[in-house]
Write a protein that binds this ligand. Structure first.
Ligand SMILES: *[C@@H]1O[C@H](CO)[C@@H](O)[C@H](O)[C@H]1NC(C)=O
Length: 442
């Protein structure tokens, strides 16, 4: 029996057509990203994506309240004829493009906005007071819908199924974890996610293999003393002084107990207590965040934060209780990029924007709940250039003046779509290798 008959036999056993992996040359595969980009840059397509993004921008919704955003996503998927499941984790939507058969590869976007007031005056400013898409999740959704449309249009070249994951509550709510628990990504072999970067020019992307973003936890502590007259301190137990010493001691954890080469951070961002010039209050509440890259360092910080708060409060005769707010704000693991997927990204992104526009970046102490996906499967997260060409000092993420350059949208859509398409192609081209092995054995 000749090799080609073996291939045919084994393909039949695996229920795939031998044509699925032998009809695309590597040149054709490398042309996928640029073809997708051309497609996404067409005026009608671009205007549609911009329209979707602006509509979401005008109506920002907080974590687990993304009802209108979720509805808009489902309406757009309906128009494209893409089947989906809903709801996952309250508002989450999961769409499916391609053969409906394995392998499965996922693309992810987050839907939630931030509890802050938009200060930028423009035509499509947030219409919801105190809520704003200042982290670009409006663009993330628009780009994943863009990718959905590209993929649906080219579904005959998909050698498997692309799973489109629209998740709620990235900003502290751990929506990704709830999507996983609800079974949104069962059988998925790999997942890709992106984040806009308002400081990086359009047409550039950046990421790195291994640790990219830190693990993140929150804490809140109530330090109680005994209130009284400010002029008679001997009759009171002053929680303001105790809390101040607690904060100073917390700042010694990273500087004195952590390896200087193992990046960690603790910030107390909340200090509430007292309301009068001449009154010692009963208690003070402080709150903050802590970050680290390794699980060991993270858990060590967590343990020491509690010990230091309780111990230092005692020094000043106060009592303290510490809450890590696990149920409202789950700990986010570190975002760690899979090394093979990094190589995949370099190839695909290089084909679309040119290798000189694919930058390797330093890790950041920021965090992302994409990391929950990476705990259960290989995942890859990268940053996409969205810098306003005219801005000399663009507003950062989470700024009330945050602004993206919509010219970056086609790049995000095309990158998403090509990363998935090429991943499925390569997964399938692993089949002949498997055949070869079997052939040798037989
Ligand atoms: C601290 O807790 C102990 C034990 O419950 C209690 O006796 C004491 O009064 C508390 N001190 C303050 C300052 O709240």
């Amino acid at each position: 029996m000749g090799f080609s008959r073996w291939v045919f036999l084994i393909c039949s056993l695996l229920m795939i057509s031998p044509i699925t992996f032998c009809c695309l040359t590597s040149k054709e595969a490398s042309e996928i990203p640029i073809n997708f980009l051309d497609f996404a840059k067409k005026a009608e397509f671009f205007d549609w994506m911009v329209g979707v993004r602006r509509k979401i921008h005008e109506n920002p919704e907080l974590g687990y309240e993304e009802f209108e955003t979720s509805k808009l996503i489902r309406e757009e998927l309906d128009k494209m004829g893409i089947p989906y499941k809903h709801p996952f984790a309250v508002t989450g939507v999961v769409g499916y493009v391609g053969s409906g058969e394995p392998p499965f590869v996922a693309l992810r976007a987050d839907m939630d906005a931030l509890p802050m007031q938009e200060m930028l005056e423009w035509e499509h400013k947030s219409k919801n007071p105190g809520k704003m898409h200042a982290c670009g999740h409006d663009a993330h959704v628009a780009m994943l819908l863009g990718a959905a449309r590209i993929l649906q249009e080219h579904r005959q070249s998909l050698k498997g199924t692309v799973v489109l994951v629209f998740q709620p509550a990235e900003e502290g709510g751990g929506g990704a974890k709830k999507m996983i628990d609800a079974g949104a990504i069962e059988n998925v072999k790999a997942i890709f996610g992106l984040h806009v970067n308002p400081g990086l020019p359009v047409g550039k992307v950046e990421s790195r293999p291994g640790p990219l973003l830190a693990a993140n936890g929150f804490f809140e502590a109530v330090i109680s003393g005994k209130g009284g007259h400010a002029a008679i301190p001997q009759h009171s137990i002053d929680p303001i002084l105790a809390a101040s010493n607690v904060i100073v001691s917390l700042q010694h954890l990273v500087s004195r107990e952590a390896d200087p080469l193992d990046s960690q951070a603790i910030t107390v961002g909340k200090f509430q207590g007292g309301g009068a010039f001449n009154v010692i209050p009963d208690s003070v509440t402080i709150g903050g965040t802590f970050r680290a890259f390794s699980k060991e360092s993270f858990m060590q910080l967590r343990r020491r934060i509690e010990e230091v708060i309780v111990g230092q409060a005692t020094v000043q005769r106060c009592n303290a209780t510490v809450d890590f707010l696990f149920h409202e704000k789950p700990f986010y693991p570190a975002t760690v990029n899979d090394k093979d997927l990094h190589n995949h990204f370099l190839k695909v992104a290089g084909d679309i924007v040119g290798t000189h526009n694919v930058k390797e970046m330093q890790p950041l102490m920021g965090s992302e709940d994409f990391s929950f996906f990476q705990e259960v499967m290989p995942g890859y997260f990268f940053f996409l250039g969205m810098k306003d060409g005219k801005a000399t000092k663009p507003a950062s993420l989470h700024s009330p003046y945050f602004k993206i350059n919509e010219d970056g949208l086609p790049f995000g859509a095309a990158l998403h779509a090509s990363l998935a398409t090429r991943f499925l192609l390569e997964r399938n081209s692993e089949v002949p290798l498997l055949n070869q092995n079997l052939h040798d054995e037989l």
